[in-house]
Design a protein around this ligand. Structure first.
Ligand code: GLU
Length: 392
């Protein structure tokens, strides 16, 4: 695979790696499980845990988000290759997760660490009380110098209530515990301008400082056979991480000691977070909730939002999706840019009747007096540009 030469940008990114004190590392199934036999790649995992132990010695706190339960379990249960039904993958996860936990426990012990297993379901991050509870457990484990190993609780999560892929789950975990850095170990060493196996001119980006439409287009759709996420879910993860003020790096996990390699300047793609402080509530709104719809605002409203105002129905051009009052929605500009996310004060059926209208008309149109704002500024988290934006 072609590697673009090291640039100054990457040198800067490495200093951000050195400065990171709380790191979340996501390992995908394709790295953990052998494609042919479905068994765990213990040597590779051992080298990763050794890197974690080294980081811990340097004073870093590390949380692992590990896939692999379904990939390992389906082999133990002799399930045929190809897509599994939901019940089969839940059964496979129930078997595979035991093996995974056992392996982490043994490997951690061998390097003087204590592994702890946390299995999360979507409601653990979407409901604020459960979110705070899960966060406390993770922070307590870190305080006690344990190594938390997180996965989705695949055996109980149904299609409608799943995170679905561990790229986004790891970003939510990073946001939840206020991590400095999220590492996505992948079978490619970063984000390419075109699929690296297809385009001869495909170039790896060293640095991304804003998730533009071009970046989303580069992400495409493809994932590998064993894992759910492709580059698309990694870019989604970058949005969540950046909104939480957390840097993210996509690096190759197809080498031994993949974390040490990052410190040594191996090729990778860094997504830098804007440096403005983010409130805990904004982080929760932008990072933990699945958006149920989209609200497209006009140019005047876009300007008003950037100057810190609430979103009034008058500034909305259109609404889409199926949302209820209090649901999370994406706020878009008329040219399709994602401006941020917020909790909407009206259900879709009411919102469509009041958009473009003056606030004073709301009560007469709906027959009841609701809030003046469609999204109050306290319920909004706008995406920010990286302060020192050098493009991508
Ligand atoms: N949670 C799934 C597993 O452990 C993996 C999801 C993913 O591949 O992103 O098998």
């Amino acid at each position: 695979m072609a590697e673009s030469p090291q640039t100054d940008n990457n040198a800067q990114a490495r200093s951000e790696w050195a400065a990171a004190r709380r790191i979340v590392v996501k390992l995908g199934s394709a790295l953990l499980a052998c494609r042919e036999t479905g068994t765990l790649k213990t040597d590779w995992l051992g080298s990763l845990v050794e890197d974690v132990a080294q980081l811990a010695k340097q004073g870093c706190e590390v949380v692992l988000v590990s896939s692999g339960a379904i990939a390992l379990g389906r082999h133990s249960l002799s399930l045929a290759s190809g897509p599994l039904q939901l019940e089969q993958s839940q059964a496979a996860a129930a078997v595979g997760q035991i093996g995974l936990a056992h392996a982490y426990s043994e490997l951690a012990q061998a390097h003087g660490l204590t592994a702890a297993q946390i299995l999360l379901t979507l409601s653990d991050t979407e409901q604020r009380r459960r979110y705070l509870n899960a966060r406390d457990t993770l922070l307590t484990l870190l305080q006690l110098n344990a190594l938390p190993v997180v996965n989705e609780n695949d055996s109980v999560a149904t299609t409608e209530i799943r995170y679905g892929d561990n790229d986004r789950l790891s970003a939510r975990v990073a946001s939840m515990i206020d991590a400095d850095c999220l590492v996505l170990l992948s079978d490619v060493d970063g984000l390419y301008t075109a699929p690296p196996d297809k385009g001869a001119n495909a170039r790896r980006l060293d640095l991304v400082t804003d998730i533009t439409g071009d970046i989303e287009a580069m992400a495409g759709d493809a994932g590998s056979e064993l894992s759910r996420g492709g580059m698309k879910t990694k870019v989604e993860a970058a949005k969540i991480a950046r909104a939480a003020g957390c840097n993210m790096v996509i690096a190759s996990g197809k080498r031994m000691h993949p974390l040490r390699a990052i410190a040594e300047g191996a090729p990778c793609t860094w997504f830098l977070a804007p440096s403005d402080p983010v409130t805990a509530r904004q982080r929760w709104i932008s990072g933990q909730l699945e958006p149920k719809g989209t609200i497209t605002v006009d140019a005047g409203a876009e300007k008003a939002l950037h100057s810190g105002r609430s979103l009034l129905p008058a500034g909305v051009a259109s609404v889409a999706g199926r949302f209820d009052r209090g649901d999370s929605v994406i706020i878009r500009s008329q040219d399709g840019r994602e401006l941020g996310r917020g909790l909407v004060a009206y259900a879709k059926k009411d919102a469509e009747r009041i958009i473009g209208k003056k606030t004073s008309e709301i009560a007469a149109i709906l027959g009841f007096a609701g809030r003046d704002e469609l999204i109050h500024r306290d319920d909004m988290a706008l995406h920010r540009q990286h302060r020192n934006d050098r493009g991508s």
